[in-house]
Design a protein around this ligand. Sequence first.
Ligand code: KIV
Ligand code: ZN
Length: 563
Amino acid sequence: MKNASKYAPGFFPPENPSADWARRSRIERAPRWCAIDLRDGNQALPTPMGVEQKLEYFGLLVALGYKEIEVGFPAASDTEFGFVRRLIEDDLIPDDVTIQVITQAREHIVQRTFAAIKGAKRAIVHLYTSVSKAWREQVFGKSRDEVAELAVYGAKLCRTCAKLNDGCEITLEYSPESFTGAEPDYSMEVIDRVLDAWQPEEGREAIVNLPSTVSLASPNIFANQVEYILKNLGSREFVTLSVHPHNDRGTAVAEAELALLAGAQRVEGCLFGLGERAGGADLVTLALNMYSQGVDPCVDLSDLPAVRRRFERLTGMAVGERQPYAGELAFTAFSGSHQDAIAKGLRWRAEHPNIKWSVPYLTLDPADIGERAGADVIRINSQSGGGGAAFKLEHAYGFRLPKGMKHDFGAEVGSRSDRLERELTADDLHRIFMAKYSPKPYPLRLVDCHFERGGGERIYTALDCEYKGETLRLRGGGNGRLDAVAAALRSGVDLDFKIDDYEEHALSSGSTASAAAYVGVDVGGKIWWGVGVESDIIFASINALFAALNSYIADGGETEDRQ
Ligand code: KIV
Ligand code: ZN
């Protein structure tokens, strides 16, 4: 990169900012949301939506609970105009929803905009004029005062039209477009002059909307700029301060959040950050950032996958796999240590259902927004570990592996996935698990066994088995049945082992009840594992022992210590 000297910061930070926002750490309530998908978002689409698509999208925003919706730029095209008329004439705007339309400060455009909203019960008319130094010099070729006059001209036109628009409750909104590239005192002057023209009063409020039309600085600068305007608005009553961040620097959400800390009361943005160039403030992320801190976002995102699908169909845009909250992989853990922590956290949560959500790596419960939840957030590939693989196996098939076996299973799963170069499903895991740990008929095969009690706690067994093709009848005694079988085997086959670990649990309930038993055998300090699944727990454990020993023999005793 050779050309850094070509660039310089193009923003104007307020001098000596009070930065009160920096002392606040929490957004305590949801702001007024204004969904601008049908205007700002739509104008950023390679193929803008038609009337029918916009109608469906409008219905989606209403269903999600957005109460202020910018529906278009009616003077820009017949489609835009026709869409607004359709909403009004077909009575599609719920009583608690206000539509917003945008206009430039030109007479015929303002008039066409007001013509579009005729008959609406309520509407916000959004006037914008650009104020930045770059615009004044390069686009308008006008002085500060001349550019401010343009805003005042537009403001007066809007005020006159609003007065004539009988029966429609109109709120006027002004955006100093390119605000982030303007001197703060100049922006303030223009805003003041617009508000002087509007004279907002009770029942006729005004909105001042500060756009980072192009985001030019880190979000703290935007927060300082917003705070500067807010403080200089002084005691102006009936003015709502709104923000409209864009995402050129990847910080639109951060700008919106810091602006809220600075005192903004309203946020304009789009679902999934739709908007010009790199997009705008993502209303979904903003809402769920609040939700996951215990603040009601006042919109319903409980079926986010359905919202995402409709958004993608209507806009032709794809929601990225790593998009916060909404992305296909936004909650997925592939890495072993993450999976282990999530698995433990979810288990802990199940045991402590009444404490606040704090599961590692999951900022919220994916189930709350209709996403893959529980074991489904864990996906297995060569990066994964035994904790995650075992957790997934448990959720899909009920096996609860002992700790040492999880490590062993994890190593097997990791190398299998590495070899296959693909993700493994729960069914794959089950196949791998059974193939590796369930009893094989050779070289050691259980034929039958009987038990009888001796004196005290001792149990004796008569064990019929085959070993390398030879039929054997062995006897042994121990403190329990498994112990007795192990002793019998040690007496008759050339295997010097001890039982290192043994666990069992019921696998399912009802008439098909079965039990799973896990046995780890220690041969010369190394551990081999087996599993047995039977309706009878004793036979499950004996099968697990035979499986572990067969595994040792099959490995030729050469395997490294797997713990
Ligand atoms: O980004 C922007 O500045 C806008 C305005 C027209 C409000 O969309
Ligand atoms: Zn915009």
